[in-house]
Ligand binder design. Sequence first.
Ligand code: NAD
Length: 470
Amino acid sequence: MEMLINSKHISTEERMEVTNPYDNSIVDTIPVADEKIVRDAIKSAKNSKNKMTNLSSREIFYRLTEACTELKEQKEDIAKIITKETGKPISGSLYELDRSIETLMFAAEESKRVYGENVPIDAGLGGEGVIAFTKKIPLGVVAAITPFNYPVNLAIHKLAPALAARNTVILKPSREAPLSGLMLAEILANHFPEGVVNTLTGSGKLIGDLLVSNEDINKISFTGSVPIGTHIAKNAGMKKLTLELGGNDPTIVLKDADIEKAVSDIVNGAYLFSGQVCMGVKRIIVERDIIDEFTENLVKQTGKLKVGNPMNKDTDIGPLINTKAVEYVDEVVNDAVSNGANVEIGAKVKNNFYWPTVLTGIKEDMKIVSNETFGPIAPIIEAQDIDEAISIANNSKYGLNAGVFTQNIHNALKCVNSIESGSVFVNKASTFRTDNMPFGGFKYSGMGKEGIKYAVEDMCKTKLIGFNLN
Ligand code: NAD
């Protein structure tokens, strides 16, 4: 596929291969932008700003709605590309498309609700006789930088609200999985004026650093790892930032929980897309009295998962994104085992596959739970009571989502009030998001919220307008 700049396809002689992690075959190649191409994309987005501000809300709504219809028509094709470029089981890729279609509709609806408010300015000293109101106006150019794991849904969470708020955009998808995001951008570009939707592919560092430091970019909306997020925060200068970063999400299972329900939700949460999910269950904190029963159940359910070709409809676990990812997961599992953890099931490696793994005897300072592990691992940490469970949950630099299983309302309230994370779910694992809810973590998990309404707010600036009637 090619880049899109000022509504023209831009190719380069140098190409990068996009490989299928399932069999290492080449899915496609992408162009490699140099500094001039990055500047051309910024110029295109900057020069197209007026084309967006001239559109009425009604027009924006219809354009987004029509783009949504086209996305629906291409659903199967894009889902197959996600599976080829990421190794995500096809059922998950189709679900990602369903969510993305819904996200785009949320943005179309929200595009009609971009408005300010009357301000009772006469309540302040000197304000008598002045009337005032605010207007929400676009920021200008939004650069969207996305990771490999939800290449369409995370791109739509940036592009759609940016367009709903009448900005122009530049998408820089992940080098590992750029194709489906580029397909999405092509669809959006078909429904907006020339130059409004642009894409760049190539080196994340070169393109990222140029976008982040360029003064013609008004906002960086980034989803990815903590190290790159913090690097962006240091270099962004006076531009708006949304950073959706990594997670190390805890899910607590108290002794009064419905264990069967907890296990079935945690199996989904820990192993979804082989654990390569920011809000995946990455630490399972279980109260001592039920730890044996819980573990036995979890091992049983883990053993039922089907590992195999991600193109098969019944596959639960596909490969990890690349060999480096497999090596990292293997390294942290081995590190845990050499420090006293037990493998209850799994820990098998073949090519880019890592089998779903339950580990017990996990201590809080082991690498596997103190850093973000992006793999199909269910590490169980024992807690003697609810207070210790909360303290373990909060002993992390991350704070994205959290889950608590309990049937006692007092315990539920204690947990939701004490856990330091952007969302806490009771009787649901941490791995839960709908596309209209405010989503974004505390601590190193990021800053700002996505979820269409919240993202639209963040893609605007507020101007106050006053009339002196004295
Ligand atoms: P990554 O940080 O390696 O890459 C993310 C993007 O940053 C890519 O497009 C990459 O090319 C780009 N990039 C590289 N160098 C850059 C630079 N110097 N400046 C700007 N951009 C640069 O992340 P990944 O491995 O693709 O994805 C996994 C990470 O993303 C995990 O940490 C995961 O938790 C996180 N994530 C967070 C959320 C969330 O909503 N909080 C969602 C999904 C994934």
